[in-house]
Design a protein. Structure first.
Lengths: 230, 297
């Protein structure tokens, strides 16, 4: 197993840097560890390069593209049985008001946004949020009704330190998309939880305990040969 | 041929698709042809994406890229089980030239010599090595290039660094190609592994690509499009185009090819190729019908 990582891990397994891997033609099962897998970023290209070499890789380039586009994330998640709320994709504030109303949670439908989501409780807040997330109307937004409270947390190989409902969502998202490191946004509505969105992590968000958890997961995968490959 | 049943086709467009009269006329031709064949053909804008499951097929004419709304449309249609042109896999491959050139290399498609560079391995020695390999100038290409944008020619290290810095803002990996000037690029339209039309995209005088930015202005100057009957195009050209498309998929593509010393070198395969009335369709009138039949097959 080849571990390609842009993060300094504590594992004893040999790891190589993404820039070294991108210049190589190493053929082996590839575990791509990166805080940011967004399209066009190095994390994406590592998976793409592994696929071109014919390697099995976690995560796949297709899953990367899909996971960071909120409507596709929700569509595929919903098909896999992960609880989600209905959403619309639009550039029209009027359509959001007519079909969803307030309060509403908006996600950018472009993978450049690090800022996550915006919540709008009235018309003027909605206009401001939509303009900002649409990058001056170049992209639409994904709007979902806000029914409860949004909870954001780190998911490491699908594991997180949250309650059972949210843990289930985190595990299922990893099952479907295989993104080893990400931040998930979930709506908590009374005792239920619904997936809202997925984002990259910033390197500084990874604490020493997280690095230890990542290294342990890599060790387990290496030991058990638990290669989740779609 | 008998139509078994009426199909509902959604044609995903953005407002800009109607700004050029030739493109607007081509869109009307698609609608007319579909209706003549007994199908329903509606233009769908980004406000109507919830309607995708109501259709049998989706035909995307808005610019595609994994970052654009068109990808959401394509993937949603695909996941819903509809026939879709352009399909999401084709958008992923053609929308990223790094992906495309890597596949060309893997499957030995005749191509313009290309080097892939990444942000963390871009330094003085690497630049000199590229100039030594390809000579000067070289062409720097962002992976998301379309309509001749984000493709620039550089002849010295300073301009190489300046262009790369700009392109690296969005993508961590870029392509560098040998500068291969020609009077025109062949454009071969391919659908489902068959040649659909053949054109020459002429390069405007004093320029080096089909579409070039006017100096000091935001607008572009475009070369002429010369259409040929596909039967009259060189067999080796068509064979090369089909080989290039085979590594991408079986959808609708426009293959750009340069002819150098009798050899055909693929520049790129584009999904979502331009189809303008009086240009790509001029000598190949069946373009519209073939695409509609493919969508409703």
């Amino acid at each position: 197993m080849l571990v390609v990582s842009n993060i300094d891990l504590t594992t004893d397994l040999p790891t190589i840097k993404p820039s070294t891997f991108l210049e190589s033609s190493i053929k082996d099962f590839t575990l791509n560890i990166n805080n940011d897998y967004r399209y066009l970023k190095t994390g994406y290209y590592v998976s793409l390069h592994a696929e071109i070499l014919g390697n099995q890789v976690i995560p796949s380039s297709e899953d990367i593209v899909d996971a960071y586009r909120t409507p596709i994330l929700l569509l595929r998640a919903s098909k896999a049985g992960i609880p989600t709320v209905p959403y619309i994709v639009t550039s029209s504030v009027k359509q959001i008001i007519a079909e969803i109303g307030f309060p509403v949670i908006l996600f950018a439908v472009n993978p450049f946004s690090y800022d996550g989501f915006r919540i709008a409780k009235n018309r003027s807040a909605l206009y401001r949020a939509a303009k900002s997330l649409e990058m001056n109307y170049k992209f639409p937004v994904c709007a979902q009704p806000l029914k409860g409270k949004v909870v954001s947390f780190k998911s490491i190989f699908g594991k997180c330190e949250m309650d059972e409902k949210i843990r289930e969502i985190s595990e299922m998202v990893y099952e479907v998309f295989g993104i080893p490191l990400c931040k998930l946004h979930v709506q908590r509505v009374e005792k239920e939880a619904y997936l809202c969105g997925l984002q990259p992590l910033k390197k500084e968000e990874l604490l020493p305990n997280d690095l230890k958890a990542i290294s342990e997961e890599i060790w387990q995968i290496s030991k058990n040969g638990e290669h989740r490959v779609g | 041929m008998v139509n078994i049943g009426l199909a509902k086709i959604a044609c995903f467009v953005e407002k800009y698709n109607f700004t050029d009269p030739k493109e607007a006329r081509a869109l009307e031709n698609f609608k007319f042809t579909a209706e003549k064949l007994g199908h329903r053909f509606n233009f769908m804008f980004r406000e109507n994406l919830l309607e995708i499951p109501k259709y049998d097929a989706v035909f995307i004419r808005a610019t595609t890229d994994p970052l654009f709304t068109a990808y959401i449309v394509s993937k949603t249609a695909w996941e819903t089980g509809l026939k879709v042109v352009d399909d999401p896999k084709s958008i992923q491959i053609c929308g990223n030239k790094i992906h495309l050139y890597s596949l060309f290399e893997k499957y030995d498609v005749p191509r313009i010599p290309t080097i892939i560079i990444n942000k963390d391995d871009f330094h003085h020695k690497r630049i000199l090595e590229i100039f030594r390999t390809f000579g000067r100038p070289v062409v720097v290409k962002a992976p998301y290039t379309s309509f001749s944008r984000y493709v620039e020619k550089v002849a010295c290290e300073t301009s190489f660094r300046e262009v790369a810095k700009r392109f690296f803002r969005k993508s961590d990996v870029l392509a560098v190609q040998k500068f291969t000037p020609t009077a025109f690029d062949w454009r071969v339209g391919v659908l489902n592994g068959e040649v659909l039309y053949v054109c020459k995209y002429m390069v405007p005088k004093g320029r080096w690509k089909h579409g070039a930015k006017r100096r000091g202005k935001p607008s572009f100057v475009w070369g002429r499009t010369v259409s040929l009957k596909k039967e009259n195009a060189p067999a080796k050209l068509k064979e090369t185009a089909l080989k290039a498309c085979a590594v991408v998929g079986d959808g609708l593509y426009g293959v750009d090819i340069k002819e150098v010393d009798g050899n055909y070198l693929v520049v790129e395969v584009n999904d979502n190729p331009s189809i303008y009335a009086g240009q790509e369709d001029l000598r190949n009138k069946d373009v519209y019908e073939k695409i509609i039949r493919y969508l409703t097959d």
